[in-house]
Ligand binder design. Structure first.
Ligand SMILES: *Cc1c(COP(=O)(O)O)cnc(C)c1O
Length: 235
């Protein structure tokens, strides 16, 4: 299967999952996760009409996407992996959104770098809901605290857009569903508490579980393997 064919298949599955759960057609965006895959694969996806990409390591993203972004102004890149503070400067240069906000310190550093660049950046707050991954804020209360600081206008270049999580790696569908519904409930609560922000994005669902995520309210599915194939971690 080519990358273009894989994208077509995923889009059909997204569309079916939207229908199945009574969601509006087109309400779920496909973020193509190209980590560990070469720039040529990204270009192949772009030729197939895919303009929305995710990478989890800043150095790799900068090398791969700097030329791609120069030549393809419609392409948007999200950083989805945990972000070290010393990588923020490069991350905010290339990304339109950082999905993996997991601490308030990170917002402070992003504000500093974004104000230098005079660039606004969108963010999603990552909640730790899975057993396996260690990434994300430990509790909804910590995310609420971060949003309060945003509401006090402490980070004028940072635009909160919603929430992100990774479900546990398990075949137990009920555990996966619980992870996604926990994030949705947090989002519903935060939307009421912070009506000044547009907190409509719910980034949840990967190759193995995106259909469940859509049923639970996902608006962004982050799909890597099902588009680009297995990753070669030895590289
Ligand atoms: C790698 C990665 C994905 C994509 O995973 P696949 O199982 O290959 O679809 C999604 N989200 C995050 C945070 C990732 O690091």
């Amino acid at each position: 299967m080519s990358i273009a064919e894989n994208i077509q298949i995923i889009k059909e599955k997204i569309s079916n999952a939207e229908k199945k759960s009574g969601r509006t057609a087109g309400s779920v965006k496909l973020l193509a996760v190209s980590k560990f895959h070469p720039a040529n694969d990204v270009l192949e996806a772009i030729n197939a009409g895919q303009f929305y990409f995710g990478e989890n390591r800043v150095q790799e993203a900068v090398e791969k996407f700097t030329p791609i972004l120069e030549n393809n102004p419609q392409v948007q890149l999200h950083i989805i992996g945990s972000l070290q503070s010393n990588k923020v400067k490069n991350a905010v240069k290339i990304a339109s959104c950082i999905e993996s906000i997991d601490r308030i310190e990170l917002l402070k550093e992003m504000e500093k770098q974004c104000s230098k660049l005079e660039k606004n950046i969108e963010v999603l707050f990552e909640l730790h809901t899975g057993e396996d991954s260690k990434s994300g804020f430990e509790s909804p209360e910590k995310i609420e605290e971060a949003l309060k600081l945003c509401a006090e206008n402490q980070f004028p270049h940072i635009i909160p857009k919603g929430f992100m999580t990774m479900a546990p790696f398990t075949t137990d569908e009920s555990l996966i569903r619980t992870s996604f519904s926990t994030l949705r409930k947090l989002s519903e609560k935060m939307k009421i508490e912070f009506p000044q922000f547009d907190l409509n994005e719910l980034s949840m669902g990967m190759s193995g579980d995106f259909e469940i995520a859509i049923e639970e309210g996902s608006t962004i599915v982050r799909v890597g393997t099902a588009i680009f194939g297995e990753r070669d971690y030895s590289k």
